[in-house]
Write a protein that binds this ligand. Sequence first.
Ligand code: UN1
Length: 500
Amino acid sequence: MSRERVQAVLEALGVTGPGDGAGEPLQSIDPASGEAQGSVRALTRAQYDARVAAALRRFEEWRSRPAPKRGEVVRALGVLLREHKYALADLVSLESGKIRAEGVGEVQEMIDICDFAVGLSRQLHGLTIASERPRHRLMEQWHPLGAVGIVTAFNFPVAVWSWNASLAAVCGDVCLWKPSPLTPLCGAAVQALCDRVSEEHGAQGVFTLVPGGVEAGTWLCDDPRVPLVSFTGSIATGTTVAARVAARLGRTILELGGNNGVIVLDDADPDLAVRAITFGAVGTAGQRCTSTRRLFVQRGIACTLIDRIAAAYRSVRIGDPLEGGVLMGPLITRGAVDRYRGALAAAREQGGKVICGGRILERPGNFVEPALVLAPRHDAFPIAWEETFAPILYVFEVADLDEALRAHNAVTQGLSSAIFTDSMRSAEQFLSPAGSDCGIANVNAGTSGAEIGGAFGGEKETGGGRESGSDAWKAYMRRQTSTINWGRDLPLAQGITFGT
Ligand code: UN1
């Protein structure tokens, strides 16, 4: 069943067969049934080398193609994504297990970032700076870097690639993409669309797929031909990536784990808070890096809010991600189910009380219930300091905003955060330098579901990288500072006189 559904979608997307890799097959397993639904062959080292060489040959030309012309290629990709939006979204659901609305949202995110990158292709700009010397111009310009390695995770199997690749492409770079081995078909499908666009625009080699497992990731990390590696995934793997790339003084963009908290104060609008928290904690079955994992609720509103969240949790339909009305699909693997079970066991042992959900469903596939856990004091509850990629929400009662902020900022991760309050003072305190320490801080909006227009990323062990909007494009370029002397003298900076 899984195989037929996937085949039909792959055909619509123009993917024929498992690709021309000569390495091990990367199996795609339907998380909703446990059945194999297709595969993509990994590359051998020799094939990898040949693809990097071909990409670098394209770079020789691509870096000098005017950026707005490069933007045209990304625009064409955006058009093709619009045409294939629903087929690609279905594939995302079938492979990652996220529900249809979220699969469609993910492809929409790709379309949006393509639009953004097309505009950016006419806005890559440097500064002109006042020079201290007469008849001198001091300026900076931004040049393409070269080949960018993009390593992505299963939970956003296509959008995170597009944040990186669409920007890198207009910046004049070429992209080497290693998708998660858990979602190899999504990688193949997007590559098929890229190949069509590249063919039409003489841009073959700008977008290159590197299907493979850990080994292929290591090749990218260690490859001096790849000046930048953008990695999205766990803190543990990200630490290895950072060290390997740094060992050759390469650059990284790291989007690692989050442990995102929501603070709800007594004066909050409970309707907004309940909806945002439920979407944040249950959406994508708790498998977003921005998923809400910790809730700090002020005493006066705690009972009402917790009751209402529990009621919302009970109404969540769990099932086949493509079935209408379903709000939560499966976890990605059996391993993820084991980690869910383990975290809940640890939570109980540490004094937590599971007040809603917490069961593993007895049916094929990796289905679990979203769990709501009443926790004791934050510093006495170490399980909440870890990111478990599953729909578990730990709830802490707090006396006031100061207590909430202390606990909120105590963890090692720093991606996304939110406060629900109608108090201007509390909201501003949350956004102040003494407030949330995360890369994303929202007021009366949840932790997940960021727009592409802002820079996306986080602090501390989240890795410090920024992708997507704002000026994140600068990470994909090299800055060059230039001084131009248009006079007939040679004045030295700092007023130095040298010799005669
Ligand atoms: C991720 O989970 O890796 O903000 C990315 C969000 C999405 C992206 C999440 N736009 O939730």
